[in-house]
Design a protein around this ligand. Sequence first.
Ligand code: BES
Ligand code: ZN
Length: 877
Amino acid sequence: MTSAKKAFDRLPNTVVPSNYQIRLHPNLTAFTFDGTEEISVEVKNATDTIIVNSADIAVQEVTFSVKGKTDKVTGNVSFDVDNEKASFKFPVPLPIGEGVLSIKFTGELNDKMKGFYRSSYTSPDGQETHAAVTQFEVAAVTMFCATDARRAFPCWDEPAIKATFDITLVVPKDKIALSNMPIIHGNPLKDNADLIEVKYATTPIMSTYLLAFIVGDYDFVEGKDKDGVLVRVYTPVGKKEQGQFALEVAVKTLPFYKNYFGIAYPLPKIDLIAIADFSAGAMENWGLVTYRETALLVDPKNTSAHVRQWVALVVGHELAHQWFGNLVTMEWWTHLWLNEGFASWIEYLCVDHCFPEYDIWTQFVNQDMGRALELDALHNSHPIEVPVGHPSEVDEIFDAISYSKGASVIRMLHDYIGDEHFRKGMNHYLTKHAYKNTFTEDLWASLEEASQKPVGEMMTTWTKQMGFPVIKVEEKQEGTIRTVTISQSKFCADGILPKGDKSLWMVPVSICTSNSPAKPVQTVVLKEASSTITLNNIKPEDWIKVNSGSVGVYRVQYSSEALDRLIPAIKDKTLPPRDRLGLESDLFALARAGMISTVDVLKVAQAYINEDNYTVWSDLSTNLSSIAILLQYTDSYPQFQTFIRDLFRPISQKVGWDTKQNESPLIAMLRDLAITKMGRNGDKEILKEATKRFEDHVNGTKVLPADLRKPVYITVLSSANEETFNKMLQVYEEADMQEEKVRISRSLGSVRDEELIKKVLDFSLSEKVRSQDSVFVLASVTGTVRGRQLAWKFVQDKWSELHDRYKGGFLLSRLVKSTTENFVTEEDAKNVEEFFKANPAPAAERTVQQSCENVRLNARCLERDGKALENWLKSKK
Ligand code: BES
Ligand code: ZN
């Protein structure tokens, strides 16, 4: 497998760069670029060959000269296309010592959203226009360990081969041209007055994957943070107000990190820019952070609370990388999880600081921890730290394990050693390794030194070992003393522990009780298979909740008596929100694993009838949807929908349709959630009101506020005929903001009519939808049985087009996951496996296995609990 080979194939270190002088001249009409480089290198061992990374680049000339001498030797160029390398062979061995490698080259501004590429947009005068932009960190799985700076200029394209860079861009004089550092001068070209040569200040010592160049038309807003760092947010022309929110977040965030890490942001400026065609969500290039439009732009009238919050999180994430990732960089991609896991944790810390009203840490439990626990319970999961060199393990560095499990174990660690020690350790780590590279162990060492706790020992159990434990809780009451026995074993999504599995974790276990619901009364570190804890002064009817605040990365299983004691605390909400959320989340997972009955879990779900917390509802809603998927294949689905409507009606009535004064953004999100749930499940009253509001919106009588649009669109589309569908498409066409287009296109798949479903599928690949959004539009039809079948058929029919479009990218995995994982029969699982056997997609190999595992889980679950669920649901009427 070539991808595996690449993992090992590092560049020789006989010649290493220290500074690159790079001059690039992109041509925005021919979509090509010319470049020259002068690289200061050190020849460490005499050699006649220099090997660098280079991909899709034509090299016209290579010369070498000894530093300070004018004599040049010309090298012979050859390429190793598979390994994306160029070798320059010189007629004589190059002498040990300093030298200059000069290269003349040309390349293509590709349309693949990677390397140096073109992005297209409509300028305010209606012209189709292009920008040249870069994305050098690679999400493409088959290119494991590669980065794409090599598509812009030949270089030592490895994160540990750091150097300084002097960039010059030659651009049309009316364009904005940006790079990592501020401009030092822009001079008109002597032989062409329409072009200017823009030179940027020297970068600090840095990795190639963090460089960026952008040439295009943009407006900006600017500000300074409290330390005088110049912050600009670049937006499409005419939309600079939409950069204001991100600017405010960035200006608050930089000092927050400076204070948290105890280290100033090292560059004089930072730009945040929205790029029309962008494959990831955002990218942390040092001093020039790139974003999808929907991850950066906020419009007071058109942006939902949810998107504002998302923008804040993404800005918080990418700015954290400026320290963690850019200043200190992982040595190799196997340690990448730490980069992403850490940033995915601290983005919450930062948003919590800037926007306490989002109660963002509760959302963490739902978002990141929930996702991590779900994926990591599968037999086809993998450890956070992927052992180097296993060919089947090359495609897993950018999945939810790195991001969400990574973030979750860091949250657990932060809680275990405490904020003060954590900060001290971070400062130690970032100071000690500034401008250098690290291994995961280096972070543990710093945190261990700061806290004097066994950080490395504990974290290794979480990062080198796949999965996480389920903690079984057994209680015995004697007088006013309760003895609690906790025991751990690996939690498996299907409840079946692989033979001989003896995995143990170092688990911080905290317990709260009715007498102290929010503050743990005891915390122990469970290392062995089981341990006993004694609680004093506790009455027989008092409840205990293990995993206080849902900080620990594990599931908890109680006896049914213990669970019964907790029910009143759910109803009266004396159990805090994160615990209410964790509790139901664990129960659904245990039921799916066959460890408790699904009917019993639905009974517990009814105790949430008085719930008023957005995040708890959101988690519960997702879990109920996974039961809905199973019941869609039975006769009792209508009864289940009634059950859902009955559960969500009180809260949907409580939040109502209209915003109240000084309402928290969480209420806006809750309203969206409750109405969407009712609407999707066919509530007549909701449909009536949504239809009316939709008509008013379309007619221009009364514009829908941003937070109501998704629930109204989904409700209306759920029972749409062609006329309504066309109206929706019209709104899509007229929408100016990407957020609105994305909102509509991801709602379209709610249609039920077969012909309309097919239209949505065709629409997803039409030129009306940007390539980066298609997958989500396509996935939006998979909520119904028919939609699911049609989407999968569509994917198979269009496989070569789709595969070609997304190749090794994570969008391909996303596509595969969403169109396959919700089937419910063994036959479906086989069918999916066979398709990918005949049409291999190495980048999505593990996703296919995970999807099929999920399908088989669905099948087992339905077989096991289907009848009981049907009986229970029918008996309710
Ligand atoms: N460095 C990543 C983006 C990335 C990863 C690009 C891998 C190419 C390959 C960036 O910091 C990131 O994590 N972006 C996220 C958004 C974030 C808020 C979770 C993304 O793009 O989804
Ligand atoms: Zn990141």
